[in-house]
Design a protein around this ligand. Structure first.
Ligand code: SIN
Length: 482
């Protein structure tokens, strides 16, 4: 059931300049639901990374000369092929990452939506004509591809985070060297295979699997790479920004989050419970936009905790390939232990355990969905990104106070709140220091919106009509003598 090695999209070598290249070393890839080895994947050397970057540079010179319509058609074909192979891609994803198969199907469609979107945006990368300061002079602005892009992507969305970066880059005429997470390489390599079938020319999209530190350092320091895009933790993001400084690269960073979900006294509690279930337990709590702190008005606290606990008790935990599974394992045992430490420390600091609080009887890296109450703002759990199925519930009594608490974090990615008071909805939306605010909904992501954060959650925006900006540079053309 979990064997993916005989699938036609299964590849286990880096893809450089249109070829699957042999490597001196390999590394095992583990299925987190069974702790068994799926296969091994080739580890590109630093020399191979340099070659990939050189090939991407050569390919860039011809790719940028193609018409927007031509790039658009290739991206559209890629989208069609991904959707045609949705089940196979979802199976690869579930087996290497652990998320339930239905969620993996959703992720493939989500990832493909970025490719479809940017196949359309490719034709809309417009410039400007600026009213002149002199009668014999004209000023034009054109947008051009930034050049070779280095992309480093995470394991939590092994397909969609790649598509969200590669599609805008290719749409505007950049070439890419991608380093996917070493725990989930097969989704990336399958995408490369479909990209080749769609007609992406050799060298335009390269995938180097292998050691994160060495390959990441090469992508950041190599002067040919003109832009680095990364999704992952804030601490790794800071290291990459520093590594990019010497060659003054354009960077975009989609980093950690500490999302508040605020339930005001006038909210529809049943609806809030339903939406927070999604924003908290999506991907077993392993998304940067997952609810990390739940603030509930004291007047509805008991009702909320009771209804939320009932919903959490109903979650079906299991191997993502088993029908009906809603919560898979965490990515590995270390992740599970890290989450457990956060829970243990919170309890030590005075939190009370309402549900869960320990590793799941299924073993491996499964963790019980957990609810904590009686929390204070100065506890460590209010500051940390949990990245697991743990829901800490705080109570509050005052609007401005809860806004201050929600903003009391170094992060600023996603935030959520629940209210039916239109005045409050405007006030709170404007005062939350976050790149994204979602009102009365636990889902905010789609290809149509600008996804990204403020503060230490990063810079740049992915998706939407703004999504191509991170892959272009603005050129001013001054015309005189007119
Ligand atoms: C993330 O966790 O970084 C991505 C989540 C999303 O796209 O909704």
């Amino acid at each position: 059931m979990s064997d993916i090695k005989n699938l036609s999209l299964f590849r286990d070598l880096p893809y450089i300049n249109g070829k699957w290249v042999d490597c001196a070393k390999t590394v095992d890839v583990i299925n987190p639901a069974s702790d068994s080895v799926i296969g091994s994947v080739g580890c590109a050397s630093v020399q191979q990374a340099k070659e990939a970057i050189l090939c991407a540079e050569q390919a860039f010179y011809s790719w940028r000369e193609t018409t927007a319509k031509n790039r658009s058609l290739i991206l559209r074909r890629w989208y069609d092929l991904i959707m045609k192979n949705q089940k196979q891609l979802a199976k690869i994803l579930t087996v290497e990452m652990g998320k339930p198969f239905d969620d993996a199907m959703g992720e493939i469609a989500y990832g493909a939506s970025f490719i479809e979107w940017f196949s359309e945006e490719a034709k809309r990368v417009y410039g400007d004509v600026i009213p002149s300061y002199a009668t014999n002079q004209r000023s034009l602005v054109i947008k051009q591809p930034v050049g070779v892009v280095g992309a480093i992507t995470p394991w939590n969305f092994p397909n969609a985070m790649i598509a969200r970066k590669i599609a805008p880059a290719l749409a505007v005429g950049c070439s890419v060297v991608l380093k996917p997470a070493i725990s989930t390489p097969y989704s990336a390599l399958a995408l490369a295979q479909l990209g080749e079938q769609a007609g992406i020319p050799a060298g335009v999209f390269n995938v180097i699997t292998g050691d994160a530190n060495k390959l990441g350092a090469e992508l950041c320091s190599n002067p040919i790479v003109r832009k680095l895009t990364f999704t992952g933790s804030t601490s790794v993001g800071k290291t990459l920004i520093k590594q990019c400084a010497d060659t003054v690269k354009k960077v975009s960073m989609e980093l950690g989050g500490n999302a508040p979900s605020i339930v005001f006294e006038d909210a529809d509690v049943d609806h809030a419970v339903q939406e927070i279930m999604i924003s908290k337990f999506r991907n077993s709590g392993q998304t940067c936009v997952c609810t990390n702190r739940i603030y509930v008005h004291e007047s509805i606290l008991d009702e909320f905790v009771s209804k939320f606990s009932d919903a959490v008790k109903g979650l079906k935990i299991g191997n993502g390939m088993e029908k009906g599974t809603q919560q898979g394992p965490l990515i590995n045992k270390k992740a599970m232990k890290d989450v457990h430490k956060i829970v243990k420390d919170a309890v030590k600091q005075g939190a009370s355990l309402v549900l869960g609080g320990k590793s799941h009887s299924l073993g491996h890296s499964f963790y019980e969905p957990t609810i904590l109450c009686d929390l204070k703002q100065d506890m460590d759990i209010a500051k940390q990104e949990i990245f697991g199925p743990v829901a800490p519930i705080f109570s509050f009594s005052d609007e401005q106070d809860v806004i201050n608490k929600a903003n009391d974090t170094e992060y600023g990615l996603a935030s959520y709140f629940y209210s039916r008071d239109i005045g409050k909805i405007w006030r709170v939306s404007e005062k939350l220091d976050y790149g994204m605010v979602s009102v009365n909904s636990g889902i905010l992501s789609s290809e149509t919106i600008p996804f990204g954060g403020v503060k230490q959650s990063g810079t740049g925006r992915e998706g939407s009509k703004y999504g191509t900006d991170d892959y272009t540079v603005i050129k001013h053309i001054n015309m005189s003598g007119i």
